[in-house]
Structure formats: structure tokens, C-alpha cells
Design a protein. Structure first.
Length: 160
């Protein structure tokens, strides 16, 4: 089976989508290539996201906040997941490859106010939810599912 391309979308592309990209590129190595982007990118990766990625021994090289327009011309995408409610409601570019899309909304850890400890807890919660959903994706027998069944399963993962 060829490697499948996955794009995680958020508004700022500094936290949730970056965490998802890093986790899937590690956990799905060989089966998936993950990317992330934002509709209004923050321009830098949140330092708490980078800290958590490194703490979990995930590769952080090349992670950057980028505009989703970078992906409108390629690579061909197999899946596009929105991980924030704002991005899910925006008009997206037309993605190459007619990817299957699903909304996997996660509370924004970058919006948490307070102590660094409170922020770290919010990032850990977001990472835990994302990694659980990604692990469910990885457990699906993708080659055996038709598009409609796969769409339902991905939507169900987003509601889990």
C-alpha cells in the first residue's frame, strides 16, 4: 500500500495541527505522510507544542506554521482533518486528489490563560485526544473499506 497523505488544518497552525502532524509522521511512518497548515497561520510554532513534541521524542525538524494555500497545488491529499472549530467553518481551498475530509475538533490549548503549568496541561490534553484519534485511524483496515464506510468511521472518530 502506498503512503497516504494527510493534512491537518487549524486556524493558526501553531499547536493542534502541528501536534497531529508530528505524531502521525512518527506513529504512521511508512503508511502516512502528515502535513499541517492554517487558514491564518500564526507564523511560528507554539513553544509549548514544541516542548511536548520533544518530550515525546517525536521529530520536530521542519515543523513550521504555514498557510493552507501551500497545499492547494499539491501534493495529492488522501485525507484532510480540521482540528479546530473555526477552520471547519471556513471556506477551504480545493484540495488536490479529492481527499476524504472529517472534523476532529480539539479545544485550543494555545488559548489557555494562566500559569505555564496550566498551559502544559492543556497541551497534554490536546495531544492525548489527537494521539487517541490518530491511533484509531491507524487501526482501520483502510484497504478494505470503501469510501462511504471510511467517511463514516472517520466522522465517528471525530465525535469520540
Amino acid at each position: 500500500m502506498k503512503s497516504l497523505n494527510v493534512l491537518f488544518l487549524c486556524t493558526g497552525n501553531s499547536a493542534r495541527s502541528i501536534l497531529a502532524e508530528a505524531y502521525l509522521n512518527s506513529a504512521g511512518r511508512g503508511r502516512f505522510t502528515a502535513y499541517s497548515a492554517g487558514s491564518h497561520p500564526a507564523g511560528k510554532v507554539n513553544p509549548f507544542a514544541l516542548e511536548l513534541i520533544r518530550k515525546n521524542k517525536l521529530p520536530a525538524d521542519g515543523l513550521r506554521s504555514k498557510n493552507w494555500q501551500e497545499f492547494a497545488g499539491g501534493p495529492k491529499l488522501d485525507f484532510v482533518f480540521t482540528v479546530c472549530d473555526n477552520a471547519a467553518g471556513e471556506v477551504c481551498p480545493v484540495w488536490p486528489g479529492q481527499p476524504i475530509t472529517a472534523h476532529w475538533g480539539i479545544a485550543d490549548p494555545a488559548a489557555v490563560q494562566g500559569t505555564d503549568e496550566a498551559k502544559r496541561k492543556a497541551f497534554l490534553r490536546a495531544f492525548s485526544e489527537l494521539s487517541t484519534r490518530i491511533n484509531l485511524l491507524l487501526s482501520l483496515p483502510l484497504e478494505k473499506l470503501d469510501r462511504l464506510v471510511l467517511q463514516k468511521k472517520l466522522d465517528d472518530i471525530g465525535r469520540a
